[in-house]
Design a protein around this ligand. Structure first.
Ligand code: PSV
Ligand code: MN
Ligand code: MN
Length: 389
């Protein structure tokens, strides 16, 4: 390997991963929610918990909010609280999946009254963006159909396009829409945005402030996700990731835990496109819930997993790879990638952390901080994340 690890890893200095506020609340499946001691009772406490991850890793500078779960009377206070804790507010997520009115759709609903209500909710989210200094409005739509013939697939796309145009018109110049797709669930015959192609077509129709968000758990098994990453980067429309891991469906498990090689292959495309830079326009976010494991340590583990995959991608000898590819040397090209992937980057990453005044072992530093015992003693009756009730 001709790449110097310490040099290559410098690119990680400005690399931040955004955390979801909902990762810190109680969560579960439709079978059972397992409450944990010390979980946050309000958005302020969620931000305090997220800030612990940043405190020990130095790599989690923002927190995504979910509206209405994270609605507060005074967003100025929430912003100030976040700043006191050393973090900022990230993307604002809308929610059209917990209201009776949206049973048959929200932005795609046949009834103009319901569509107007769903558009108004997104305009409310844009107001929250103004109040919090957030740039990104993340839209994941639960809309879809369970039965063939239930509604007209094409009409729903037209209604969706119209609704999205209304939301887009309400954006400020610095705002973006992040449009998420999902193959199935909560609907099973078709979702209205089931894949990256559908999301991209709507983004292209809307304009340059609309980009695709790729949730790693929202694909069919064996989908080549890094291909989608490369393609969206190519046309400048990869706005964000929702990182997590899956075995079966939308499992929302710790990123890099099921298939660290896939995460490496994804980050390899990011590095290849020089999209690691904070100004690249790609927002690297986590979208996870921790049902049976401790939440703050799980988020720390997740940030480290993304860092490790990224570090390995930075170690790819690009010149050697290009030369082997040009020469048509299949095995040599593959070996360049595998050499980087098989490198143990934990010590160089610990060195990098130390050079930034951070703990070498963030998980151990968190355990030693006493924070878990403190919140368990102080907080009674923690809030549910919104999932698994
Ligand atoms: C539902 O599938 C989901 O997990 C989407 O991935 C969203 O990003 C997330 O919920 C938060 O709304
Ligand atoms: Mn998601
Ligand atoms: Mn999901």
């Amino acid at each position: 390997m001709t790449v110097d690890a310490q040099d290559a890893l410098q690119a990680l200095r400005g690399f931040g991963i955004e955390l979801p506020s909902w990762a810190f609340g109680n969560s579960g499946t439709r079978f059972k929610v397992f409450p944990q001691p010390g979980v946050p009772r309000d958005p302020f406490e969620k931000i305090s918990d997220a800030a612990q991850v940043n405190r020990h890793t130095g790599a989690a500078p923002r927190v995504s909010l979910h509206i209405p779960w994270d609605l507060v009377d005074d967003f100025g206070k929430l912003v100030a609280h976040a700043a006191d804790e050393g973090v900022a507010i990230g993307a604002i997520n809308s929610n059209t999946f917990q209201d009776e009115d949206y049973k048959l759709g929200s932005l795609t609903h046949a009834d103009p009254r319901v569509r107007a209500k769903a558009v108004a909710h997104h305009v409310q989210c844009i107001d929250v963006m103004r109040a919090t200094g957030s740039r990104d409005l993340k839209i994941w739509l639960p809309d879809g159909l369970n039965y063939a013939g239930q509604d007209d697939i094409r009409d729903r796309q037209e209604r969706l396009a119209d609704s999205l145009r209304e939301i887009y018109a309400a954006l400020d110049a610095e705002h973006r829409i992040l449009l998420e797709y999902k193959i199935f669930e909560p609907h099973f015959y078709t979702m209205d945005i089931p894949d990256w192609g559908t999301s991209l077509l709507h983004c292209l129709d809307l304009g340059p402030q609309a980009t695709v968000v790729l949730d790693t758990g929202h694909h069919a098994p064996s989908t080549n996700i890094e291909f989608i990453v490369a393609q969206l980067l190519r046309v400048g429309r990869l706005g964000a990731f929702d990182f997590n891991s899956r075995y079966y469906a939308d499992d929302d498990l710790i990123v890099g835990s099921a298939d660290p090689f896939q995460l490496f292959r994804i980050m390899n495309e990011i590095v290849r496109a020089d999209a690691l830079r904070p100004d690249s326009g790609v927002n690297f976010m986590l979208d996870q819930c921790h049902n049976i494991e401790e939440k703050i340590p799980a988020q720390i583990r997740s940030v480290l997993n993304v860092q490790e995959a990224t570090a390995k991608a930075l170690l790819v000898d690009r010149a050697a790879l290009r030369a082997a590819q040009q020469a048509g040397d299949v095995l040599a090209a593959h070996a360049v990638l595998m050499d980087a992937y098989n490198t143990d980057v934990r010590a160089p990453l610990a060195d990098l952390r130390e050079s930034q005044g951070l703990p070498r072992d963030p998980a151990a530093a968190y355990r030693a901080s006493g924070y878990a015992a403190k919140i368990a003693a102080e907080r009674v009756g923690g809030a549910q994340a919104g999932w698994g009730a």
